[in-house]
Design a protein around this ligand. Structure first.
Ligand code: ADP
Ligand code: MG
Length: 266
């Protein structure tokens, strides 16, 4: 049975899509069977995976409206994971869903039809706490929250965590916090260290060990329609996402995080 992880934060530009795409590819490189669901009408995860969002039909919209099955809509990618493509049609799907019964459960029901085919299903959420995001949180076992190491990073986190709590109470009792992921971390910048320390103070072991550095190769890869390990496998960004995949796999197996490299006692 697939484990479902929603990548969510209602703030835009924090690294959700970059994380969803590159974690999908890194897990696939570790021989996991992975499905990436693009639930953002911007369709960035679809394009970044090398799939043309304009031509993608049927897509996530048809699946949410039960006009197509997930199996019919998924597309295989060069990164060895499948994508359920998303584009502007998702906005129409969201509006139509508003009037349906059990509207928050539609994605969960649809993903259940392919749960045996994948080890991990990642969902790239839109930058808002709308019905699409609620569908993702209702379907998910865990929510992975990218946090940009910049000023105002913590802003909005409390409303996201309130939403997670409400979803757990009303829609999906099994929803866990997979972790807060520090993204766009810049070692040369004190601010990154400050934000990182603040996060650890507030959220303790909910903060993942893996840190994603600011790395220009990560920003370039989407315009080539490639995940980072295909675009530049030796970049710091690629290595960081391989590390994150390892951490996610260890969590899944109930293992403690990998030990930090032993330092020379002398
Ligand atoms: P979101 O999905 O949360 O809106 P994105 O993943 O699209 O955020 O990232 C926002 C922008 O920042 C994109 O242009 C992306 O290429 C860039 N970006 C994301 N992560 C990094 C990183 N670690 N280093 C450099 N640029 C990044
Ligand atoms: Mg995005």
């Amino acid at each position: 049975m697939a484990r479902i992880i929603a990548v969510a934060n209602q703030k835009g530009g924090v690294g959700k899509t970059t994380t969803a795409v590159n974690l999908a590819a890194a897990l696939a490189a570790a021989k996991r069977r992975v499905l990436l669901v693009d639930l953002d009408p911007q369709g960035n995860a679809t394009m970044a995976s090398g799939v043309d969002k304009h031509a993608a039909r049927p897509n996530g919209c048809a699946v949410l409206l039960e006009e197509a099955t997930v199996a019919d809509a998924v597309v295989a990618t060069e990164g060895h994971y499948d994508v359920l493509p998303g584009n502007g049609d998702l906005t129409a799907a969201e509006l139509k869903l508003m009037d349906t019964l059990a509207r928050e459960h539609r994605l969960k029901e649809q993903l259940a039809t392919v749960a045996g085919r994948y080890d991990t299903i990642l969902i790239d959420c839109p930058p808002s706490l709308n019905l699409l995001t609620l569908n993702a949180l209702t379907a998910a076992d865990g929510v992975l929250i990218p946090v940009q190491c910049e000023y105002f990073a913590l802003e909005g986190l409390s409303s996201l965590l309130e939403t997670v709590k409400a979803v757990r109470q009303r829609l999906n009792p099994k929803l866990e916090i997979e972790g807060l992921l520090r993204t766009m971390y810049d070692v040369r910048n004190n601010l990154g260290n400050e934000v990182s320390a603040q996060l650890t103070t507030h959220f303790g072991d909910k903060v993942l060990r893996s840190i994603i550095p600011r790395n220009v190769r990560l920003a370039e890869a989407p315009s080539h329609g490639q995940p980072i390990h295909l675009y530049d496998r030796s970049s710091r960004g690629a290595i960081a996402y391989i590390g994150l995949a390892g951490e996610v796999i260890r969590r899944e197996r109930g293992l403690p995080p990998a030990p930090v490299e032993a330092t020379d006692p002398a």
